[in-house]
Ligand binder design. Structure first.
Ligand code: GLU
Length: 418
């Protein structure tokens, strides 16, 4: 599922921002300031592997904008990571925190590595090396990482522990997505997909779509994708007809059992070959005639080349950056309702924010309380974006940008930076 060659995610993020800046009539200095990161750190990480040799990894942390609060955003461990991907993701985190109106800025981190070929002990040493190298710019009041593609609660635990050693005291609030036993929040595990479903529920109401009769396809079966499938069935009684991961995919028109597929993936490493299913590819799944399509894997999968063949009524972007700007124009023209990434997948960072608040206060909420607060944040954000889309007569992504960029620009202005 490699991203389309030649498409630079940061160029896309800037192009999207430029359109929003134009729509909002932002002054030139504000545009110049908001279209690039405020800070970034590049680090080189020598890590001892299990065979005794040292391997050298490259890592990044980008703090895109902290006008509204400490920067926030995950760390990806990915073999094809690039600084421009991290910059784009950091920009999207800025707009994401703003669109759900939580008091945080945006950041992102990445390490070029292939965690699938690394042992647990190698991953632990890499995680600790990363924090040793970027720790000086992290902190509960400065920059707070979280999980992202191929990073897990266990990795967050190692990173929190390493930072706490550097700080000389427990600093649970330095990172989110931690295990429950170490200051994690109830409800963080499925928060990205759950928050996304709250926005889909609102969209379905607007479109007159009955979710109990709706069909669903999910590309990507990591944290966001697997919970998108599981919760679609559990919360709304949707029929999940197809899911894929990097190795392949499975389909059954009568409906799949998302939990059985997850078990199969845990056992074999892939959803492919789950008993009682037919195979389907990552390209085919995007073109299925389903009600709700969840691109939940990686950037640039819906492009000018295939957007015309997307038949879903709603595209719920659990992944960051799955749709290119030329594809956006086609989907909009074809009347497909896109719930854009930084709105649709903001549930993860919203519960991360709740996790930070709980860590600061040493007081923990129940899962039910977290779900209710998440629902309110997502529902309010969806309707703010829908209203902007109707007011400006633009697609949902540009509307989401308008809402988010406006708030960040206001904070920058009030602080007197520009
Ligand atoms: N990595 C997730 C995202 O892209 C979560 C970030 C966070 O919780 O800080 O939204």
């Amino acid at each position: 599922m490699a991203e389309q060659k030649g498409v630079n995610p940061f160029a896309i993020a800037q192009q999207q921002f430029d359109e929003a800046a134009e729509l909002l009539g932002l002054e030139p200095a504000m545009r110049a300031f908001l279209r690039v990161p405020m800070r970034e750190l590049h680090v080189t990480l020598p890590v001892r592997m299990d065979d005794g040799r040292v391997k050298v990894f490259q890592g990044f942390r980008v703090q895109y904008n902290d006008a509204r609060g400490p920067t926030k955003g995950g760390i990806r461990f990915h073999p094809e990571e690039t600084i421009d991907t991290v910059r784009a993701l950091a920009a999207w985190m800025t707009w994401k925190c703003s669109v759900v109106d939580i008091p945080l800025g945006g950041g992102k981190g990445g390490v070029i590595c292939n965690p699938k070929n690394m042992s647990a002990t190698e991953l632990e040493r890499l995680s600790r090396a990363y924090v040793e190298a970027v720790g000086r710019i992290l902190g509960p009041e400065k920059d707070v990482p979280a999980p992202d593609v191929y990073t897990t609660p266990q990795i967050m635990a190692w990173m929190m522990d390493e930072y706490s050693k550097l700080a000389g005291h427990n600093a649970f609030g330095v990172i989110t997505g931690k295990p429950l036993a170490l200051g994690g929040s109830a409800g963080r595990g499925d928060a990205t997909a759950r928050g996304g479903w709250y926005t889909v529920r609102e969209a379905a109401n607007e479109l007159g779509l009955d979710l109990a009769k709706a069909t669903v396809a999910v590309q990507g079966y990591g944290n966001a994708g697997s919970f998108a499938a599981i919760l679609g069935k559990e919360l709304f009684g949707c029929r999940v007809v197809a899911v894929t991961d990097t190795q392949g995919g499975v389909m059954n028109q009568d409906g799949l059992d998302p939990k059985a597929i997850l078990e199969h993936k845990k056992r074999t490493g892939s959803v492919a070959g789950t008993p009682g299913t037919q195979p389907i590819s990552n390209e085919e799944i995007l073109e299925l005639p389903v009600d709700i399509l969840w691109p939940s894997a990686i950037e640039n999968v819906i492009t000018g080349a295939n957007a015309g063949r997307v038949k879903a009524k709603v595209v719920a972007e659990a992944a960051n950056g799955p749709t290119t700007p030329d594809a956006d124009a086609i989907l909009y023209k074809n009347g497909i309702h896109v719930i854009p990434d930084f709105l649709c997948n903001a549930g993860g960072v919203t519960v991360s924010y709740f996790e930070m608040v709980q860590n600061f206060n040493h007081f923990y909420w129940t899962e039910k309380q977290v779900h209710e607060m998440l629902d309110k944040k997502m529902t309010d954000a969806y309707h703010a974006v829908l209203a902007a889309s109707r007011r400006h007569k633009v697609h949902m992504r540009l509307a989401a940008y308008a809402v988010a960029v406006q708030r960040v620009a206001e904070a920058v202005k009030l602080r007197g930076w520009v």
